[in-house]
Design a protein around this ligand. Sequence first.
Ligand SMILES: Nc1nc2c(ncn2[C@@H]2O[C@H](COP(=O)(O)OP(=O)(O)O)[C@@H](O)[C@H]2O)c(=O)[nH]1
Ligand SMILES: [Mg+2]
Length: 352
Amino acid sequence: MKVGIVGFAGAGKTTVFNALTGLAAEVGGYGGKDRPNLGNIKVPDARVDKLGDLYRTKKRAYAEVAFVDVAGPAEGSSAGGLDAKLVAAMRDVDALAHVVRAFPDPLETRPTNPAADIAAFDAELILSDLIQVENRLERLKKDQKATPRERDLFARCKAALDAEQPLRALDFDDEERHLMTGFRFLSLKPQMILLNVAEADIAAGIPAAIQKAAQARAIPAVTAMCGQVEMDIAQLAPEEQGDFLRDLGLPAPARDRFIVAAYGLLDLMSFLTAGEDECRAWPIQRGTKAQRAAGKIHSDIERGFIRAEVIAYDDFIAYGSEAKCKEAGKLRLEGKEYVVQDGDIIHFRFNV
Ligand SMILES: Nc1nc2c(ncn2[C@@H]2O[C@H](COP(=O)(O)OP(=O)(O)O)[C@@H](O)[C@H]2O)c(=O)[nH]1
Ligand SMILES: [Mg+2]
């Protein structure tokens, strides 16, 4: 699962990527760079920390999200538009984190207008999808084997795109989604907005107009950060970060909030394993059943699955230990069809 850090040139994508990863990819690279920056980022999870403290173990493992900073448009492409290569690269990711510039352009070539950029970016995605949908409809017209269902589906897509509506705003059933998977439509991908604000606006919150613009486009999450400041924080030694944040009046780096939001955007959640040797968060797709979830840990556990012993995280914290949860009847035995919930602490029983 991969989140693409996308947006117009100069919006601060690479800066944000550096802030997330603590790496130092070249910022302001407007031309010549073909290879995307790639990084795996740990999803902060206070539950893992708390369990680690209770079990007195230093070994803690977090879920991870892969982020890719798609290479910037080649030199000479217009400052506003999206480069074709960039559009193609976006097909490859599972969700889009759209970095929107809300700080003054250092080159002063373009005005700062985040609401307009949100719409303009979506218009590019919609146009790219529309071309594909129209091609598909043409072919379906000639294809004797095409079903009315499929024709209707793509006609419905075309009507929405013609009306400048992203596909993510429509409802599709499983069969329809299946018919569409090969296309990897850009406007169907879950999208969130990362408003890249000036240092002076760090504490200001998200303007209502931006919040509204996002909602109108079926974009569920907006987070704000100052990419530049976050990048500086990420490049400090951990023990220096606290002082720096205090000076800025920030409770925590904004990147944590952003990573957690991106994790949700991928429709991921975590179940937990806890013990003296390790406390760990395991990422699974929402709706995953117990036997499949077991396979995340090891294929042997999935194959030999007998049952899952489950304690909800909140119960564990309320009662303080596994033994006390058992006494209170808070340890549940679940079968392979059980749909795992976020924060379930699970011990799998299995045959070898
Ligand atoms: N003032 C300010 N400048 C920024 C911020 N984020 C990025 N920049 C500057 O904007 C320019 C483009 O940033 P970059 O990350 O390369 O943008 P990209 O083209 O989207 O990858 C660089 O000169 C950055 O230093 C920010 O939060 N505040
Ligand atoms: Mg860049």
